[in-house]
Ligand binder design. Structure first.
Ligand code: HEM
Ligand code: HEM
Length: 183
């Protein structure tokens, strides 16, 4: 089995690099998102606006990486879950992974839709601006801000469960759940 592909027992290098790179990016986006909205509005050219622009660009990068990850996921079968896992835990683990894929898609897309509805640009760093997805719509702009916020809280909730489960397997049950997601 090629080391860059998943095997029956463990994740391959591509899945591992994408998992941890995107993990760090998403944790960073959550922290940055909650921090930047807590800053006061103080006209143009503020720290808040700069951070929002960084947040948008990193969020679009997350969407790009997700497309790569999803394509890889389709061609590289998942390893089996560790042996002896009760049925409900197998379902819970797979459900959380599925929700992560849905949320990693829904968050950037609601962010992008929100910016289009509000008439704000979505620059991809200083390279180019993403096209608007929809026209100006103040009502939808406000709704999408709320949806984006609730999706972020949902992602944070699943992240706490996911990381707690990984640590419990590693330190409590001492099986190789975490080990096989490490290089
Ligand atoms: C996985 C990717 C993303 C995550 C995890 C994320 C997370 C967050 C979080 C936690 C907040 C603060 C929510 C609040 O308390 O109000 C936020 C706000 C925001 N996000 Fe994202 N975001 C992502 C992608 C994007 C993208 C791609 C865009 C735009 C293209 C975007 C635009 C915004 C904007 C404009 C706000 C401020 C909304 C406001 O004015 O209250 N986000 N995001
Ligand atoms: C504190 C950070 C994290 C830890 C300790 C961690 C740990 C793990 C472990 C051990 C696995 C393998 C589980 C198995 O199949 O046996 C896994 C899989 C997975 N993790 Fe994480 N993870 C973390 C953060 C994240 C984040 C932020 C995301 C995305 C939002 C994420 C998404 C996934 C997904 C989707 C899988 C299933 C495999 C795949 O399709 O790539 N993880 N994680």
């Amino acid at each position: 089995m090629k080391p860059w592909s998943n095997s029956e027992q463990r994740y391959g290098m591509v899945a591992i690099v994408l998992h941890w790179a995107m993990g760090a990016l998403i944790v960073g986006l959550l922290a940055l998102g909650f921090y930047m909205v807590s800053l006061p509005d103080a006209g143009f050219d503020t720290e808040k606006i700069t951070l929002i622009l960084v947040h948008k660009a990193l969020g679009m990068l997350a969407l790009l990486l997700l497309l790569l990850r999803f394509a890889w996921r389709l061609r590289s079968a998942l390893p089996r879950l560790v042996d002896g896992l009760p049925d409900w835990q197998q379902v819970a683990a797979r459900f959380v992974h599925l929700m992560f894929y849905a949320l990693m898609f829904a968050l950037p897309v609601t962010g992008w839709l929100m910016s289009s509805a509000g008439g704000y640009p979505v620059p991809f760093f200083s390279f180019f601006n993403m096209p608007d997805l929809i026209g100006l719509n103040e009502w939808l702009f406000q709704v999408l801000i709320e949806v984006h916020r609730w999706l972020a809280w949902l992602l944070l909730l699943f992240l706490v469960l996911h990381a707690a489960a990984a640590l419990r397997h590693h330190f409590g049950l001492r099986d190789d759940t975490l080990q096989r997601m490490l290089p």
